[in-house]
Design a protein around this ligand. Structure first.
Ligand code: GCW
Length: 716
């Protein structure tokens, strides 16, 4: 007996240790950028051993837990909670606190807005202060401080940090349906678990809130813009309330997408005409009901008269009539309307021109609490598009840039495409609408126009997958969206570095090599999918993989690749110049003249704006066909290089994430070749030219690729 018992204890101990070692060596991605909780090896920041939080609120409680938990890990000791600051303390509070009011300069107090913060290190006392106007500001300051300890500790001791977010509202849009599926979601089903609410809250929602707060996101639209009216039923609002209550201490406001026909469908009214008193009062009552249970509710997101969704035009009314009616209902509670400009239909001419044509004439007609939400490009979240010409063009209306974090057209969660470069390219593009240096960021974040509220939105890539985003690399896109929403002037590379460090390792070889991969990754996708301004060559409806040949009898032409590439025996590309659809006229000078002239048009947009002959001479002297071949091949080479680089990173990454990422990169290489072969072999049927001999030959046959039917079930 005794012996057996001993053996059992020894075995149990052995397994416990083995489990511990395995857990340490094998992260599953569930901890996101909270995975690597160690200090950099050359750490030269403050040594923290205690925390002082003199005020009370649910958010201050969170701050306390976050700090003590994180500092325990970072400094491998138990962090003390103290009532008074001593050497080694981090001291958190609002400017009302006496100790803080004395330590922080009046100027910096003045300079921090309601979500801003100041971090100051008192060198003599060895005390770090995190201070703000509000507990929410303190929360952002706390996450900034923890990030700095892990990635740039010197920043804390070297000077006083003052930060304010550039956009007031930094919002995730979930395209989550009430049945648990996620439109364009590649990370499993929705995390809200509607069926279990309101009785039970998915514990991951708390982790979700923490992750968002840590990167400054302060709002979330819970449901798909293709909205079910049911979300506004009393039964669902009770569920929404429970989520809102859970997110509130993390500073996150809840918003809902609404179906414009709700008064008719839910309320039983004869129609949903926005100018009818009965419709208005239906919305007023619904809004009152919402605020009764969620007093800080954010507002509505609306997709109206777009892709078959109902809207005010169904009743001969304008977008302004519809949006203003909702805005008036929300206004007494300070709620906002985010009205999407994603409108186009097959009879409206060049799709890229339609949003501008519909919305620009309405400038000046919207209520102050209406914001028009505009996708970054004029078509639809392509690997690369020029900016939407609406940015900067509506000076009396606040525009919300809408970015897509989930990669509908960029290889889902299978391909590594870091979107920091895409977001940055977009935000830093000069619209020239109000003279030089009126970049998209500056015309939307309140610097150029007098917007009373500013806002930026990102379509989330989050689902129930253990790693949240469908792949480890895709987490970086959630991260970079938040960081750029806070400050669009941060550099994509800086953000890639800090993400890599917090998610994987401080090792400098690892950081240098992998941030280079990340910075190149989106361009690689552009190269092997849609180089030189090509766009929308993806497969019908699922948007995965190449189908430039796709023809579906009776299908909407503006959903077919041939509408966009227009390849023929003469050449390729969409003529949007002044001799074509004249989409260029919607841009301000000098963009307009630049885009209009193939000689001046940046080559990355060449075939977006021009239909050019196969032998058109490119700036490097090559003919267009040859250049296309080079670009597709370069994309494949880049994907192969990413895989090879990752293979060398094994020693810096735990076993599971190394293996899972390797598998994804294998898929990416295979599919980059698929893309190259499909596009070149298909376009070759028009160009009738050879692929330059020095490039790799296609490994597939066109017929074989055309027969390939893509199975979406593996990707949801
Ligand atoms: O990108 C397209 C998608 C649709 C989406 C739509 C939109 C939510 O293919 O799935 O619908 O845009 O943004 O409304």
């Amino acid at each position: 007996m005794r012996l057996n018992l001993k053996r059992t204890v020894v075995l149990a101990l052995f397994f416990a240790v083995a489990n511990f070692v395995m857990a340490a060596n094998s992260a599953d991605g569930s901890k996101l950028w909270f995975t690597n909780f160690t200090l950099p090896s050359n750490y030269n920041g403050p040594k923290i051993s205690s925390v002082v939080i003199s005020e009370k609120s649910p958010t201050f409680d969170l701050i306390h837990n976050e700090l003590t938990g994180s500092l325990d890990n970072l400094f491998s000791q138990k962090t003390k909670s103290k009532a008074k600051a001593v050497a080694g303390s981090v001291y958190v509070g609002t400017f009302n606190d006496e100790f803080i009011a004395q330590a922080i300069s009046a100027e910096n107090i003045k300079n921090s807005g309601s979500e801003g913060f100041v971090i100051k290190y008192l060198a003599n006392e060895e005390i770090t202060i995190i201070a703000a106007q509000t507990d929410k500001g303190c929360l952002y300051g706390t996450y900034h401080f923890l990030r700095a300890l892990r990635t740039n500790p010197q920043a804390i001791t070297s000077s006083e940090i003052v930060e304010n977010p550039s956009y007031d509202r930094r919002i995730l849009n979930h395209w989550d349906n009430l049945d648990g599926t996620v439109e364009r979601g590649y990370a499993g089903h929705s995390i809200w678990l509607w069926d279990e609410l309101p009785e039970k809250l998915n514990p991951r929602i708390i982790e979700y809130a923490r992750a968002n707060a840590s990167i400054g996101i302060n709002g979330t639209v819970l449901n798909n813009v293709n909205a079910s009216p049911n979300i506004l039923k009393a039964e669902y609002l009770q569920k929404v309330k429970v989520v809102a209550d859970a997110l509130r201490p993390y500073g996150i406001q809840v918003y809902l997408s609404v179906n414009f026909s709700s008064p008719k469908i839910l309320g039983g009214l004869p129609d949903s005409d926005p100018l009818k008193p009965a419709v208005k009062s239906w919305w007023e009552n619904k809004v009152a009901e919402i605020y009764q249970i969620i007093p800080d509710f954010g507002g509505f997101l609306v997709k109206a008269n777009s892709e078959g969704q109902p809207g005010p035009q169904d009743y001969g009314r304008t977008h302004a009539d519809g949006a203003n009616m909702l805005a008036d209902a929300l206004n007494p509670y300070k709620g906002i309307v985010m009205w999407r400009a994603f409108v186009y239909n097959p009879s409206g001419g060049d799709r890229a021109k339609q949003a501008y044509k519909e919305f620009k004439p309405l400038d000046g007609q919207f209520r102050k609490n209406v914001m028009i939400q505009v996708k970054n490009g004029p078509v639809d979240f392509q690997p690369r598009e020029p900016i939407s010409p609406l940015f900067g063009a509506m000076e009396h209306t606040t525009l919300i840039p809408e970015l897509q974090i989930t990669k509908e057209y960029l290889g889902f969660s299978d391909h590594w495409a870091y979107l920091g470069t895409l977001f940055q390219e977009f935000l830093q593009t000069d619209t020239y609408q109000k003279g030089r240096n009126t970049t998209v960021a500056r015309v939307t974040d309140g610097q150029i126009f007098n917007d009373s509220i500013t806002c930026i939105a990102g379509v989330a890539n989050i689902g129930q997958d253990i790693n949240w985003c469908g792949s480890h690399s895709a987490q970086a896109n959630w991260y970079v969206f938040g960081r750029l929403a806070w400050n669009p002037d941060l550099h994509a590379k800086e953000i890639a570095n800090e993400w890599l460090e917090q998610t994987f390792s401080h090792n400098t070889t690892f950081i240098d090599e992998m941030s280079r991969v990340m910075m190149e990754s989106r361009e690689a996708v552009v190269n092997y999918m849609t180089p030189l301004g090509l766009h929308h060559l993806m497969g019908w409806s699922h948007h995965y993989g190449p189908e430039p040949w796709c023809e579906i009898p009776g299908a909407r032409p503006d959903w077919l690749p041939t509408y966009y590439h227009k390849a023929d025996s003469f050449g390729i590309g969409f003529n949007r110049s002044s001799t074509g659809s004249n989409a260029v006229e919607q841009y301000a000078e000098p963009l307009q003249s630049m885009f209009d002239d193939p000689q001046l048009c940046p080559e990355k947009f060449l075939l977006w704006f021009h239909h050019l002959p196969w032998d058109y001479t490119m700036s490097n002297g090559r003919e267009l066909w040859d250049e296309l071949c080079y670009k597709y091949s370069e994309g494949v080479t880049q994907a192969e290089r990413f895989r090879a680089t990752w293979q060398n990173m094994e020693e810096y990454v735990d076993e599971r994430r190394f293996r899972e990422t390797s598998e994804k990169l294998d898929t990416q290489v295979k599919e980059a070749i698929w893309w190259r072969d499909a596009c070149l072999l298909y376009f070759q049927t028009f160009s009738k030219r050879e692929i330059p001999a020095e490039l790799d030959k296609p490994v597939h046959k066109l017929d074989e690729l055309k027969r390939l039917k893509f199975d979406m079930t593996h990707h949801n």
